[in-house]
Design a binder for this molecule. Structure first.
Ligand code: ATP
Ligand code: MG
Length: 442
């Protein structure tokens, strides 16, 4: 160990005990493995998202998975579900800093934008994807490590980008074949509007104190608006009668909201104004929106976002208006599967070979197919033709290219179709790549 290396930190006792046992280890609860058969649909979704965001001029960026805990406490707000009970927070073992696995992406992106002066010359449209971490009770559509698509427009003030992001999602749903996701929008006004509304809201909740659950009682004076976001079934009737913030918002916030609604109507996007929609994070103002599917129950929100004009200043940056959303990839995949979407990653060709003379010919043929831009799997590990053909079939390849002593002697290759008619033909080796790619390549 050199003098500059950090000293070794001993593994915690529990980890040492587990290591001493020889039983297989399991993934952490709520954190899923995405195996190759499932991953093909993930890639299809990610490709559709990338293409859609590209079409609107949003550029990819990436921020770290770990940030200072203070970023989320300041950014998301300390009287929110995420900060109160869902964060994976730990101490850096060496210097004691409090660090947190990111529960969402916006705070990190805004931190990065401030740190690198990203919006100094012009506003920026950006997007990212990656894992987020929240300590919630795992269930269908709700996990402790989950993936989000996250989109942010930084430095834009008008209602046009709010509408643009909603339109962009509507296009993504069309591309993915998701028909029954509904749009809900609301305006939670500006800070003054919320302050003016706060007294009436607290008074209303106090009159209904007997129905408030523990979370609501705790937030009554710290964050009463957040109570509207509760999913507790026992409180829903009471919440439906709460004073409506949107009815009292000031003229500037009203004009902004009307602008968003007009642009949505122009684009033919149907929406419902939901006065109770406030979203679970403190940084929002004015426009908030959610896309919801009835098919997923309490996990029905597939995308949520809104405007956060105060967040830059709250995180120590220059005031910068902005708007963005996050969308849960696992929930979108559940909907895609319900809609019958399938995807499989499969090579064009699987090259089967037997005999010392055939091996190098097979290797060159596989490389030639790859040179032409198509995927080819070269059988590895030997075995009979029969067992190799089973592997070829399982690979999902469209054709098997078969090379044995006879083919090598005749300078041909036997091409067997695996997916359609099962036909088989011998083709001169020199024509094999052209033949296979023209007939079966896509
Ligand atoms: P919910 O009300 O379902 O808890 P949220 O309001 O906490 O969602 P956001 O913080 O708005 O969620 O995150 C954006 C999107 O990320 C959600 O609409 C959802 O699609 C997805 N999401 C949030 N939490 C989880 C989770 N634990 N597991 C899977 N997806 C999630
Ligand atoms: Mg949540």
């Amino acid at each position: 160990m050199s003098a500059t290396d950090s000293p070794a930190v001993p593994a915690p006792a529990t980890a040492r005990v587990a290591a001493a046992r020889r039983e297989p280890l399991k993934a952490v609860r709520g954190m899923n493995d995405i195996l190759p058969d499932e991953s093909a649909l993930w890639e299809k979704l990610e490709a559709a998202a990338r293409t859609t965001f590209d079409l609107y001029g949003y550029r990819n960026m990436r921020v770290p998975v770990v940030e200072s805990t203070a970023l989320f406490v300041r950014g998301i707000g300390d009287a929110t579900d995420i900060v109160e009970k869902e964060m994976y927070t730990f101490e850096d073992r060496l210097n004691g800093d409090s660090l947190t696995l990111r529960p969402e992406a916006t705070a990190g992106i805004v931190r990065a934008a401030i740190e690198h002066n990203l919006t100094y010359e012009r506003p920026q449209r950006v997007w990212m994807t990656g894992p987020m971490f929240r300590h919630e009770r795992p269930q269908k559509g709700r996990y402790r490590q989950f993936y989000q698509l996250d989109v942010e427009a930084l430095g834009f003030e008008g209602p046009d980008v709010d509408a643009e992001q909603i339109l962009m999602l509507a296009r993504l749903w069309r591309t993915l074949g998701l028909a029954d996701v509904e749009l809900r929008i609301n305006s939670i006004g500006d800070a003054d509007d919320r302050l003016a509304h706060r007294g009436a809201l607290i008074a209303y909740f106090e009159r209904h104190a007997s129905v408030l659950d523990e979370d609501a009682r705790r937030r009554l004076h710290t964050n009463p608006l957040r109570i509207l976001d509760s999913k507790n079934p026992a409180m829903q009737d009471m919440l439906a009668g709460a004073p409506r913030l949107i009815d009292g918002i000031g003229p500037a916030a009203r004009a902004h909201f009307d602008g968003v609604c007009r642009l949505l109507a122009d684009a033919g996007i149907a929406y419902t104004v939901d006065a109770r929609l406030v979203r679970g994070l403190d940084y929002y103002n004015r426009t908030v929106f959610e896309w919801v599917s009835a098919g997923l129950g309490a996990q029905g929100t597939v995308a949520g976002g809104g405007r956060y004009d105060g967040l830059f200043a709250q995180l120590g940056g220059k005031p910068t208006p902005a708007c963005g959303f996050g969308s849960g990839i696992e929930r979108l995949l559940l909907l895609m599967r319900d809609a019958g979407a399938v995807a499989a990653a499969a090579p064009l060709a699987y090259v089967v070979h037997a005999g010392d003379a055939a091996a190098p010919v097979a290797a060159r043929l596989a490389e030639a197919i790859r040179d032409a831009g198509y995927a080819a799997v070269l059988h590895a590990g030997g075995g009979s033709f029969k067992s190799q053909m089973k592997r070829a079939d399982a690979s999902g390849a469209r054709v098997a290219l078969i090379l044995g002593d006879d083919e090598v002697a005749a300078r041909t290759v036997t091409i067997k179709s695996l997916r359609d008619d099962g036909s088989q033909a011998a083709v001169p080796l020199a024509d094999a790549v052209a033949h296979v790619t023209q007939r079966w390549g896509r």
